[in-house]
Write a protein that binds this ligand. Sequence first.
Ligand code: ADE
Length: 244
Amino acid sequence: MKINIISLFPEIFESLQYGVVGKAISKKIISLNLVDLKEFSTNKYGSVDDTPYGGGEGMVISPEPLHSALKQTKGKSHVIYLTPQGELFDQKKSKKLSKIDEITLICGRYEGIDQRIIDNFVDEEISIGDYVLSGGEIAGCVLIDSISRNIQEVLGNKESLENDSLSDGKLKGHSYTRPENFLGAKVPDVLLSGNHAQIAEWRIANSLWTTKQKRPDLFKDLQLSEKEMILLREYEARIVKSGE
Ligand code: ADE
């Protein structure tokens, strides 16, 4: 997948050289094409923004430099503008975007970009949450990290993706590692039992229970199988019994 990034601060994307995304870049599964918007300034001051028509606070990114930058990305990619006015990004959207060969991310700053760019060149507007960031760059990093995880070849074994929280609308359950007893708190017995079938069932129940506790909004949309319902009921009964 090729990802073009149009930004005033392309350096922010350097953080993506680490970890899973960094590996995907070095294996050439994804390639980042950083386009510095400042290079497309049309004036002698090197600026790419201007005051808003009609007055008001702040500055708006001008259409001409953005248009030139978009032309450089050859015009056949899926263009996303990162903005708090966009559709909320989630795992479903991430999976959908991971199937596209080439995307272009426009990272805004200040009071946003000229509306005519959005109307004529942007395929979709995406927000990463109901809060305002200083610009779209960090949101862009979030999208790239998440989308990369959903590209088949990126996570070595398919299972690590399937284990991700939200990959099937559920949260990931609890994880434990050595020691067995940490400050008096023990690892659940079943995880030490070596009984793989029971461990698998515990993981299903624990994931459902975690989702129900922490994200009732997600839980109510789950279509539980008969088996899952039984496992969850048994899990909850055990919690009540042990007085947790
Ligand atoms: N730019 C500023 N705030 C943002 C947000 N919440 N999501 C995406 N881009 C943004």
